[in-house]
Design a protein around this ligand. Structure first.
Ligand SMILES: CC(C)(COP(=O)(O)OP(=O)(O)OC[C@H]1O[C@@H](n2cnc3c(N)ncnc32)[C@H](O)[C@@H]1O)[C@@H](O)C(=O)NCCC(=O)NCCS
Ligand SMILES: Nc1ncnc2c1ncn2[C@@H]1O[C@H](COP(=O)(O)OP(=O)(O)OP(=O)(O)O)[C@@H](O)[C@H]1O
Length: 518
C-alpha cells in the first residue's frame, strides 16, 4: 500500500465516495482544495467552515486509520502562483474531477511517477464555495494562541488547529499540557509523552501550512504563555474551553496586557452514546478504544518454546486481575495462579519452606508445622529489608515451580495453546521474561482505594498505603502489550477481554499455518 496520497477536491459533495475509494490505496492523505481562480486571493478564514465540514463529514465515511490533512498554505496564494511544497513525499494523486492539466502540473512539481487516479467525473460538479457571510469572524492576526493536550490528534483537534492557522498571518503559539495537568483525564497512563504530542502537532501544522512560525511549548498550568506574552492578539478556544479563554483575558488585564480577541469553534460530536465513550470526538475515546488491543508489540523471546503461548497477567491491587484470569480461562486459556503456587511452595517439605524457617526461625511455624502467615506477615510488612529477604527466597521457588508445571503441560497429550500466568508481582519479580507478552489490568487510584476499603475492610489511609506499595500504573503500562481497565461495567471488561482474545487467537492460527506450510 502506498503510504501518502494527495486528493485534489473539486466537489465536496462527492467526498464520501472519494474517500471510500481511496482508503485502500493510502493511509495518509493530503487534501488540496481546487478552489476556483475567481475566489483567490480571499482572506483565509472564509475557508474555515468548508474545511471543518470536510473533516466532520469524513468521519462518516472512513475511520481514523486514514489520516486526513487539508492543506491551508495554498489558500493564501494567487491561483497561478501556487506551488505545493509538502513535508512528506507523495506516492499518488487522486482527483475527484477530470482536471488532467492541474494534476499533471502537480505530478511534475511533486515528482510523482504514478499516473493520477481520476475517481469519477460528475456532471453538475459545483465549485467549492468560500464563506461570504459576515457571520464568520474573518479577522486575521499576526499572533494567535491556543492550548490543549492533543493526545493522538483527532478530527476535533484538526478543525480547531486549522481554524487557528486560517486566522494567523505570522506566529501561532500552542501550549501543550504536561503530565502534571492530565492526571484527572480518562486513562491518563495511556496519554503519549508531551514531547511526542508536540512532535505530532508540529508535523500536522507544518503539513497544512509551512508558511507560519509555530512556537509549541509545554504548559504546567491552564494559561501558559498567555499570562506574560505581550505580543498576542487572538486566542482560539472551543465551546467547552471558552471559559478558559475568558479567564486568560482576566489574567492579562490584571497583568496589564492587551485583551485577546476570542474565537470559539463548535464541538464536534461523536454520535456514540454507550455510557462509556464521551459523546464528543475526544482523545479519551481514542484511549478507551486502545483497551484490549495490542498497544505495543511484544519483545522477541526466541528462548521460549512457541507452545504454549504464555501471557503474564498482572495489574494493581483490586484492579480485577482474578476476574480477568477467569474470563480468559473461560475463553480457553490454561490459567496458572502464582498466588496459589506460592501457597504450595510454602508447604512443609518444600525447599522454600525450609529456607523461610532457616531465615525467620521456628517461631513463624504454627502448631501443625506449617508456616503461619499471620506470624510471618508482621515480620515483613513495614520492614522492607525482611520483605526483600522473603521475596528473594520465595520468588525464585515460584518460578521453578511454574516452569515445572509448564514442562508438564508441554509433555502432555494436549498442550494448551495459551497459558495465562496470573501474578500480582509479575513485573517486580521480573517474570515477564518467562512470558511471550504481558497483559495488564489498571483502574484509577480512587477506584482501587474504594475497592480495597470495601473488600479488605480497611480504612482509607490503610488502603492508600497498600496502593502506594504497588508498581504504578504508568510503569505497568510501559511494560505491557495489552491493557484492560475494569473501571466501567463488567460487560465492557468482558468486551475488552474478547477483543484481545480474538486478536491473539487469529495471530496464533496464522503463525501455525505459516509454520506448517514451511
Ligand atoms: C487547559 C487547556 C489548554 C487543556 O486542554 P484540553 O486538555 O482540554 O485539550 P484537548 O487536547 O482535549 O483539546 C484541545 C482543544 O481542542 C478542543 N476540542 C477537543 N475535542 C474537540 C471536539 N470534539 N470538537 C471541537 N473541539 C474540540 C478542546 O475544547 C480544546 O480547546 C484547555 O482546556 C483550556 O482551558 N483552554 C483555554 C485556555 C488556553 O488556551 N490556555 C492555554 C494557552 S497557551
Ligand atoms: N468491571 C468491574 N466493575 C466493577 N468492579 C469490578 C470490575 N471488575 C472487578 N471488579 C471488582 O474489583 C475487585 C477486585 O477484583 P479482583 O479480586 O479480581 O482483583 P485482583 O486484581 O485480583 O485483586 P488482588 O490482586 O488485590 O486480589 C472485586 O471486588 C471485583 O468485584
Amino acid at each position: 500500500m502506498a503510504s501518502t496520497g494527495l486528493l485534489v477536491v473539486s466537489n465536496i459533495k462527492q467526498l464520501g465516495q472519494s474517500l471510500r475509494s481511496i482508503e485502500k490505496y493510502v493511509n495518509s492523505l493530503y487534501i488540496h482544495l481546487n478552489v476556483p481562480a475567481s475566489t483567490l486571493p480571499t482572506p483565509p478564514p472564509v475557508w474555515g467552515r468548508l474545511i471543518s465540514q470536510l473533516y466532520a463529514d469524513s468521519s462518516s465515511y472512513v475511520d481514523n486509520k486514514l489520516d486526513l490533512r487539508v492543506l491551508v498554505a495554498p489558500l493564501r496564494q494567487q491561483h497561478d502562483a501556487r506551488t505545493l511544497k509538502l513535508r512528506k513525499p507523495i506516492d499518488i494523486i487522486f482527483s475527484d474531477a477530470h482536471h488532467p492539466e492541474l494534476c499533471d502540473r502537480l505530478r511534475s512539481e511533486l515528482n510523482i511517477s504514478k499516473p493520477t487516479i481520476f475517481l469519477q467525473d460528475t456532471k453538475g460538479c459545483t465549485d467549492l464555495q468560500a464563506d461570504s457571510g459576515k457571520s464568520v469572524n474573518q479577522k486575521v492576526f499576526p499572533n494567535v494562541v491556543l492550548g490543549g493536550t492533543f493526545d493522538r490528534i483527532h478530527i476535533g483537534h484538526k478543525i480547531f488547529l486549522t481554524q487557528a492557522v486560517l486566522r494567523t498571518c505570522k506566529r501561532l503559539v500552542v501550549g501543550v499540557t504536561t503530565a502534571a495537568m492530565t492526571k484527572g483525564k480518562v486513562l491518563p497512563e495511556l496519554i503519549l509523552p508531551v514531547e511526542e504530542r508536540i512532535a505530532q502537532l508540529r508535523e500536522f501544522l507544518l503539513d497544512i501550512d509551512n508558511t507560519l512560525q509555530y512556537d509549541i511549548v509545554p504548559i504546567d498550568d491552564p494559561f501558559g504563555p498567555t499570562q506574560h506574552d505581550p505580543e498576542m492578539d487572538m486566542i482560539v478556544v472551543s465551546a467547552e474551553t471558552l471559559r478558559g479563554g475568558q479567564k486568560v483575558n482576566e489574567i492579562r488585564a490584571a497583568n496589564q496586557l492587551c485583551q485577546l480577541d476570542i474565537f470559539a469553534i463548535d464541538i464536534v460530536e461523536s454520535n456514540v452514546n454507550d455510557g462509556i465513550h464521551e459523546s464528543k470526538v475526544s482523545s479519551s475515546n481514542t484511549r478507551i478504544d486502545l483497551l484490549g488491543t495490542r498497544w505495543q508489540q511484544p519483545l522477541a523471546r526466541p528462548e521460549l518454546p512457541r507452545r504454549p503461548y504464555i501471557i503474564g497477567l498482572t495489574g494493581g491491587i483490586a484492579s480485577g486481575k482474578s476476574k480477568m484470569a477467569e474470563r480468559l480461562g473461560n475463553m480457553g486459556a490454561h490459567v496458572i495462579d502464582c498466588d496459589k503456587v506460592a501457597h504450595d511452595v510454602y508447604e512443609p517439605g518444600q525447599p522454600c519452606c525450609e529456607k523461610i524457617v532457616q531465615h525467620f526461625g521456628q517461631e513463624i511455624l504454627g502448631s501443625d508445622g506449617r508456616i503461619d502467615r499471620t506470624k510471618l506477615g508482621p515480620r515483613v510488612f513495614g520492614n522492607p529489608q525482611e520483605l526483600q529477604a522473603l521475596n528473594a527466597i520465595v520468588w525464585p521457588e515460584i518460578r521453578v515451580e511454574v516452569n515445572r508445571r509448564l514442562a508438564v503441560l508441554r509433555a502432555g497429550a494436549h498442550v494448551p495453546k495459551v497459558v495465562v500466568l496470573e501474578a500480582a508481582v509479575l513485573l517486580k519479580a521480573g517474570w515477564e521474561t518467562n512470558c511471550h507478552e504481558v497483559w495488564s489490568m489498571i483502574v484509577p487510584a480512587e477506584e482501587a482505594i474504594k475497592r480495597i476499603m470495601e473488600r479488605n475492610k480497611l480504612s482509607e489511609s490503610e488502603a492508600k498505603n497498600r496502593l502506594a506499595q504497588q508498581v504504578s500504573n504508568v510503569d505497568i503500562v510501559s511494560k505491557s502489550q495489552v491493557i484492560f481497565s475494569s473501571q466501567w461495567d463488567y460487560d465492557f471488561t468482558q468486551r475488552q477481554a474478547e477483543r484481545a482474545w480474538q486478536m491473539l487467537t487469529k495471530e496464533l492460527e496464522q503463525a501455525e499455518r505459516m509454520s506448517s506450510s514451511l
